[in-house]
Design a protein around this ligand. Structure first.
Ligand code: FE2
Ligand code: FE2
Length: 590
């Protein structure tokens, strides 16, 4: 019998070792350790403590007692009401009176056959407990949990070993090494879990830092990288909660929630490559600063030229002063009007109808005379864009121009085959940027040229490149797909891959909605007021109609009240107006 019992114990030990190394939930791990140890020596009760973060105490993790039907901590849902056992007193002296703290401090296993016969340790608390409950705490086996560095990270205490008939006995010498073997495996499992947790926390903080730094790039889109995950999570939660309809079977495991968190947090990480002046390009002539000042000075020069012409006319006396003055006034008024028009074009608030473009081109015909060398004081980069055979001053210049050196070429290694190979439909344009003045002032809508727009859209390509370059573990394998699809449209007209609805995962489609909703309700451009909630939802309902966003998810977005919860939490009170969601439901929109 005894041999079999021994075999059973070894088997339990091996099985526990395997189970412990596979367990990733902290509470369940605690429970497995205590349950396993208890059953190996048929103990009536036990407690598992972990050393506190400050390393000054032993925190109760789980407590079990069969006779008294006590089960606290672990996954029981019953909190343990006791404060941690102190390892040191107020004077900083080690507490060797308590058997558990002595075990933690010394790293030694302590086997006590009857607590009532021992003087070395203070069992007064145990005795008081026994008096109150009628229990008899007798044999104690207290074993340290040592990690691979030999550091004690916890203490396992077993109480009242029982023989086969249930009679309380001492913990035999044969069991001690087995329990020690178990606690050492438990310590390794616990340490592993802590390392994984620490790594996860480090990565989470890293994502936070990236998201925060992207948000910090623009005061206008600030908070986007934090709010998109919030909306995405709300949607995933609503889909998990759905018991009928298209999401009835949708669920996410703990690992998948983490995967979603990583994907949403990094969904715009490629924006680290987008220059701020493009992200926030507030006027058409803006590069690093608004070049309207440069243009205005040219008009000032022209006005002085007009005055000079007038004065020269007066001096020569060939014409009537009154006629000269009238011509001057007219010239100045025209220059004022022309510059006002250029200024208005620069703001980009209104559509540039063909007649406006014509007027712009006509104004650009005006000339002024440059007498200074315009290659003086240039940077190496600017000089590289000059041919070197520019005419020497004086040079007659147009007041607005598209010059060859306004074209900024790509850096050497921008290779469109890289885009093609990755399955991207969007391709780099011929030039990296075009700073041409007429070219920029003639932008039809908004302030961005095609090149600027490409650079902005390119953030998603960079996001995918960056995420693909990271050696994600298997549990995070879908991060790039989930994060990289938020600018795709259900009908395949989105970017960068032109994916269709059926080619996209649900999390990617959720993120697309989250991204649009956040951007619409935020003050996304420097010259625009933030939209109200109903305006934003209305625009999105048109996007559903145009097959840009997923209709099922849109229905869920509306019916679950995510829009309202989000608005209450994140929008300015003046944005949160009255909304009749019935109008925006896909069925009503048909
Ligand atoms: Fe994006
Ligand atoms: Fe985004």
């Amino acid at each position: 019998m005894a041999v079999l019992q021994k075999e059973e114990r070894y088997r339990t030990l091996i099985e526990l070792g395997i189970a412990l190394s596979a367990e990733r939930n902290h509470d369940r791990l605690m429970e497995k350790i205590l349950h396993g140890a208890k059953s190996m020596c048929n103990a009536d009760g036990g407690t598992l403590y972990l050393v506190t973060e400050a390393k000054d105490g032993l925190r109760f993790e789980i407590m079990l007692n069969d006779t008294l039907a006590i089960a606290m901590g672990g996954t029981t849902g019953q909190a343990i009401p006791f404060p941690p056992l102190r390892l040191y007193d107020d004077q900083g002296q080690p507490n060797h009176k308590n058997v558990s703290s002595h075990c933690a401090l010394s790293g030694a296993t302590i086997n006590i056959s009857d607590a009532y016969d021992v003087d070395k340790f203070d069992f007064s608390g145990t005795k008081a407990f026994d008096l109150k409950t009628g229990y008899r705490s007798k044999s104690f086996l207290t074993v340290p949990l040592k990690n691979y560095e030999g550091e004690v990270i916890g203490v396992l205490q077993l109480i009242n070993a029982r023989d086969r008939r249930g009679k309380i006995m001492a913990f035999g010498p044969a069991i001690t090494p087995l329990i020690e073997a178990l606690t050492s495996q438990a310590a390794v499992a616990l340490d592993n879990q802590r390392l994984i947790e620490a790594q996860k926390n480090l990565f989470k903080s890293f994502i936070e830092v990236i998201a925060g730094s992207i948000d910090a790039k623009s005061p206008y889109t600030g908070g986007h990288c934090h709010r998109v995950p919030a909306v995405t999570f709300m949607m995933a939660k609503a889909a998990c909660d759905a018991t009928e309809g298209p999401f009835a079977d949708f669920s996410l495991t703990e690992d998948e929630w983490y995967e979603l968190e990583v994907a949403a947090g990094l969904h715009d990480c490629g924006k680290v490559t987008t220059p701020e002046y493009i992200v926030d390009k507030a006027t058409k002539l803006e590069t690093i600063y608004n070049r309207i000042h440069e243009v205005r000075m040219r008009f000032e020069v022209l006005k002085r030229d007009a005055v000079v012409t007038y004065l020269e006319g007066l001096i020569s006396g060939e014409e009537e002063p009154l006629a000269l003055k009238a011509r001057l006034d007219e010239a100045l008024a025209q220059l004022d009007a022309d510059f006002a028009f250029v200024g208005e074009c620069n703001v980009g608030g209104e559509f540039m109808a063909p007649e406006k473009i014509e007027r712009l081109k006509a104004i650009a015909q005006r000339t002024w005379t440059r007498t200074l060398d315009d290659t003086l004081g240039l940077s190496m980069d600017e000089m590289r864009r000059r041919t070197g055979d520019e005419p020497k001053p004086p040079v007659v210049e147009s007041v607005l121009a598209d010059k060859p050196w306004h074209i900024i070429p790509h850096e050497i290694n921008v290779d469109s085959s890289k885009y093609e190979a990755a399955g991207f439909k969007m391709k780099p344009l011929e030039n990296r940027y075009n700073l041409g003045e007429i070219y920029n002032l003639g932008i039809g809508r908004g302030t961005l040229t095609n090149e600027d727009r490409f650079k902005i859209n390119d953030h998603i390509v960079q996001t995918i490149f960056m995420l693909k370059a990271l050696p994600f573990p298997k549990t995070l394998a879908r991060v790039a797909e989930w994060a990289g699809g938020h600018h795709e449209k259900m009908d395949g007209t989105g970017y960068p891959k032109g994916l269709k609805r059926e080619e996209m995962s649900l999390p990617a489609r959720m993120m697309a909605i989250a991204d649009i909703f956040e951007a619409l309700t935020a003050a996304d451009r420097p010259y625009k007021k933030p939209k109200t909630l109903s305006e934003s939802l209305k625009i999105m309902s048109f996007m559903v109609k145009d097959q840009h966003i997923d209709p099922d998810l849109w229905q869920l977005f509306l019916s679950s009240g995510i829009w309202k919860d989000y608005a209450d939490k994140y929008l300015r009170p003046e944005q949160v107006d009255e909304v009749d969601i019935g109008r925006f439901m896909p069925k009503a929109a048909e």
